[in-house]
Design a protein around this ligand. Sequence first.
Ligand SMILES: [Zn+2]
Ligand SMILES: [Zn+2]
Length: 378
Amino acid sequence: MKKISLCRLCLSRFRAKNAALQPAKLENACFICKGLVGKLDSFLETALAQSKEFEWSTFAVSTSFSKDVFVREEKVADLFSPGDFSSLKNSLNAQAISRISAATGKKSSQRFAEATFLLDFISGKSNAKPTPVYVYGHYLKFSRKHCQSRWHCSDCGGRGCESCGGSGQNYPSVEEEIGKVLQPLFGAASATLHACGREDVDVRMLGNGRPFVMELKDPKKRAPDLGVAEKLFAENSDVRAINIKTVPQYFVDAVCNSHFEKEYSALVSADRPLTAADAKKTESLSGTMIFQQTPKRVLARRADLERRRKVFSISAKVEKGGRLRLKILAEAGTYIKELIHSDEGRTKPSLAALLSRKAACDELDVIGIRDYFLETLA
Ligand SMILES: [Zn+2]
Ligand SMILES: [Zn+2]
């Protein structure tokens, strides 16, 4: 019977004695790995040099091999009982982990790794990269001109043209304002905003702010002084982030998939001056369930459905010029502008229908998001 030649590492992985195996004279004559194992040292050297370019204290290793290697390994494994050998992938991962630990004094952590060492035995390349950093906080928006995410100019797609003044964007954004502070502070390659819902461009976000997580990719630093960021935010009169801190990745899901009751302040006008009697009628909407057909202004993006939403409370005060100042507490997902003007009858009941007037929402602010749940995670 023809013997199977294996390199030292591959041979050592098969623990039970088997007469079919013999040591290969040259490492690259190994039946299973064809000498791939011997590349580990040079792969690690390259990756370790790269890992000096950024801050990290924990790491994970990821290796990839071509299918052929696994097919050949399977052939040898068939000669053994399952408990009598460890796989090439497991043993190379274990070797890589112990070498990286020895070289750097740092610990491996699959779940909370700050650096990933990629050892690609298919392409013959290796590298080390930082995992993203996540910064959690609340943002306030004092402007009625900022949208939430970067919104590329429809004429140039973001490259910059005459119609967008070279900026590549139709609107300035919350994402940009927060990113321009955090991205350089962390030395990151990019900054992406994940937020808990969104307000319209012309709606301010006041009160305790809106929860967000900013994802910073390829960060050179992981723990810069966030006090510096808070000072810079305090100087921004349009968008401010408060109570920021770094958090684990699972915050992104928690923040994006949570829905909270919100408090609003709205300034309402009608086709005649509104009176104390109108204010009183308005307040009768407190505690009612409203039915909202998807607003016409968002129909292009959302399915046409009817939603049931609870308006917990409304208070109304007459202001100068015959307008009403409303304070509204409503269930997550309530369309407030439509609750006021009725969206041509698509929201029922509405303020417009109740007062039998044409009513308009002149200004809207979110003044509170009841997000106490997130604080329990933080
Ligand atoms: Zn081998
Ligand atoms: Zn443009």
